[in-house]
Ligand binder design. Structure first.
Ligand SMILES: NC(=O)c1ccc[n+]([C@@H]2O[C@H](COP(=O)([O-])OP(=O)(O)OC[C@H]3O[C@@H](n4cnc5c(N)ncnc54)[C@H](OP(=O)(O)O)[C@@H]3O)[C@@H](O)[C@H]2O)c1
Length: 307
């Protein structure tokens, strides 16, 4: 099969590699669309491997089942998230993953959009539901809401009944989060964040869900209620925020699983989730896709359209 490979020195190529074999509890997926994250270009081979095949998520069609698998049939349209997948990543024509990390497509998304959201969708939903436990009527800042995870977290926070102030990057980012129905929106790089937060919630905000770090995040945290404020962010946000007295802080990882993916499917369908795709590249242009995510200012998600 054709796959994107990265060698120890970080060189990206397209190569013919063996199709991975299927273990008893695994499925083989013919990949349709794979997400490209800012973390993919930094994947490197481990142990005695010569190359890493990057890609933590994607969608496609089940083409082979392990002997213990009853939940799927050959031909099922599925999507999956598997970080550092043992048998290679999703930037390839085929991927073999633990069936527990696989689900059928949500009814409201096609393969291209579902392929873009397994990592970001789980991370967004678990930030809202598990790390922050957002409740109806709460005032929440989603910081970095025009990016891959933030653009989905904003919609899930709304689904749970929160009022959302979305901080976005640039005028185009602000326009995007308004289209996604943020209650209020501000350019978190060029506008007065403190003033926007005061106008949004004069008594202070209940919670901040952060997908970007640094000084602007500190300004968001200054806007929290003096008592009982909460902050959550996925590991990887840089620089990681310092703990603050009186602020319940939760750093977390997006986690796949049968229940987790079933909950994501329900939330995607209930929210009629919109999936902004900034750019779709063919497999052969993976190096350009990696450059694109490295440059930053991606509105939503970059994907590889493999079939
Ligand atoms: N641990 C996990 O399970 C997990 C899973 C997924 C993601 N993550 C981490 O979560 C973070 C978000 O991931 P992602 O894929 O959503 O990345 P992303 O698409 O780059 O999103 C971050 C967004 O924040 C924006 N931003 C930066 N500074 C801002 C500011 N001052 N005001 C408003 N917006 C600002 C960025 O805009 P510009 O690009 O224009 O600067 C970008 O749109 C990353 O650090 C990633 O490593 C962790």
């Amino acid at each position: 099969m054709r796959a994107v490979t990265i060698d120890r020195r970080g060189r990206v190529s397209i190569r013919e590699v063996p199709v991975p074999s299927v273990g008893r509890r695994e499925v083989r997926i013919a990949v349709d669309t794979a997400g490209v994250g800012s973390w993919d270009p930094s994947m490197r081979p481990e142990g005695r491997e010569r190359f890493a095949v990057p890609g933590t998520d994607g969608s496609g069609v089940v083409v082979e089942l392990g002997s213990r698998i009853r939940r799927f049939r050959v031909g099922d349209r599925v999507y999956s998230y598997s970080y550092q997948n043992r048998k290679g990543g999703f930037h390839a024509e085929f991927v073999v993953v633990d069936a527990k990390k696989v689900a059928r497509l949500p009814r409201t998304l096609d393969a291209k959009r579902a392929g873009a959201i397994a990592t970001t969708g789980l991370t967004a939903l678990q930030g809202v539901d598990d790390a922050l436990r957002v409740r109806k009527g709460e005032n929440v800042i989603v910081h970095g809401a025009s990016g891959g995870v933030g653009s989905l977290a904003l919609q899930f926070a709304k689904l749970r009944g929160a009022r959302v102030l979305a901080t976005a990057s640039g005028r185009d980012g602000v326009a995007l989060v308004k289209r996604l129905k943020a209650d209020a929106a501000v350019d978190g790089k060029r506008s007065d964040l403190a003033e926007a937060a005061r106008r949004f919630a004069p008594e202070g905000v209940d919670a901040v869900l952060a997908f970007a770090g640094g000084k602007p995040l500190s300004v968001c945290l200054d806007a929290l209620k003096k008592r009982g404020g909460r902050l959550a962010y996925p590991n990887g946000v840089e620089p990681a925020p310092r703990k603050r007295r009186g602020v319940k802080t939760t750093a977390y990882d997006g986690t796949p699983g049968v229940e987790e993916l079933a909950r994501l499917n329900r939330a995607v369908e209930a929210a009629k989730l919109k999936v902004p795709i900034a750019k779709s590249h063919p497999l052969g242009s993976a190096a350009a896709a990696y450059k694109r995510v490295g440059k930053g200012h991606v509105l939503g998600k970059v994907v590889l359209k493999i079939r």
